[in-house]
Design a protein around this ligand. Structure first.
Ligand code: ADE
Ligand code: ZN
Length: 319
């Protein structure tokens, strides 16, 4: 039986492929700073999270209309389905669009429509997590969350992403308290470039139910013990970690060690258009580097299902 692939850490904006950038630029009459696909692709050598984020935000200039957001989402779902994904819990960054004049309802509405269509036509169930940009003011995040809650598009959870160091989770305690009070599921990026202290405060002061990345938790034995004891999922993204220089090569990735420690690790793709691959490519890279056993592959699949926000019936359907 083919193991179910569940994607729990994917930024929809990070699925904007170079070809789609050119396609949308053409249809929206946007002049790109790149003369060709190859010239654009030359920009994809990143030295850290910030150099990646600079390009990620700049490229979004071409995504403008409700139809553009729907197309971005549909293209992702088609690629995910081809790679065997059965369920996806996707991040969307409203502030990356509202800050450049896009209406929140147009952006979220386009994404929501396409997710609904994808469930019907491709058989991929999904959840939508709006993520707040931690390098923008918490007051803005709170305002956006209130608009989302008052709007017509239902969302399942909230997250925290963008530049990590210098922006600790506790800055967003009020935002997460409001999300929780409204029944939203809570996740946050922590311990990607930031220290283990950020993972502690994401747990204690935001009350997150999953930690996105979290690989720097390995530097703190007491934290590892707590994550194991609480069966706290970590949504790990191996190819992202290599491309953003969190680890040197895939062979240096601590994923096997994390499994050995008993951490609830899941494999995910983060920003596949930028980091060289989707979730199936991440699995293939791990397989090649480590020769994962059948038991390890099955454990990763089970972890993905367990860590999802599906209800028990939804989880049972995946196996
Ligand atoms: N936004 C998109 N990808 C991200 C990542 N890997 N870390 C933080 N913020 C992001
Ligand atoms: Zn991420």
């Amino acid at each position: 039986m083919r193991l179910p692939l569940v994607e729990l850490h994917l930024h929809l904006e990070g699925t904007l492929e170079p070809e789609l950038i050119f396609e949308l630029a053409e249809r929206n009459g946007v002049a790109l700073p790149w003369g060709s696909l190859d010239e654009l692709r030359e920009q994809y050598a990143f030295s850290d999270l910030q150099t990646f984020l600079n390009l990620y935000y700049a490229n979004l200039d071409v995504v403008r209309t409700r139809a553009d957001f729907a197309l971005l989402t549909t293209r992702y779902l088609e690629r995910a389905a081809a790679g065997g994904v059965r369920h996806a819990e996707v991040f969307f960054d409203p502030q990356a669009h509202t800050s450049r004049g896009v209406e929140l309802g147009e952006a979220l509405g386009g994404v929501h429509d396409a997710l609904q269509d994808g469930e019907r036509t491709l058989g991929i169930s999904s959840k939508l997590i709006v993520a707040f940009l931690r390098d923008r003011p918490a007051a803005e995040a709170l305002d956006v969350l209130k608009q989302v809650l008052a709007g017509p598009v239902p969302v399942d959870g909230i997250g925290l992403d963008s530049a990590e160091v210098g922006y600790p989770p506790e800055l967003f305690a009020e935002v997460f308290a409001l999300g929780k009070a409204n029944g939203l599921r809570l996740v946050a990026h922590a311990g990607e470039e930031g220290p283990p202290a950020y993972v502690w405060t994401a747990l204690d002061l935001l009350g997150v139910e999953r930690v996105d990345h979290g690989i720097r938790s390995l530097e703190d034995d007491a934290l590892v013990q707590r994550l194991v004891d609480e069966r706290m999922p970590l949504t790990v993204c191996p190819l992202s970690n290599v491309r953003l220089r969190v680890v040197e090569t895939i062979a240096d990735h601590p994923l096997p060690q994390m499994l050995e420690l008993g951490l609830l690790v899941t494999v995910n793709s983060d920003d596949p258009a930028y980091f060289g691959g989707y979730i199936d490519d991440n699995m293939a890279a791990l397989q090649e580097a480590f020769g994962l056993s059948a038991a390890q592959r099955a454990l990763l699949a089970r972890n993905g299902v367990e860590a999802s926000f599906l209800d028990p019936a939804g989880k049972a359907q995946l196996f």
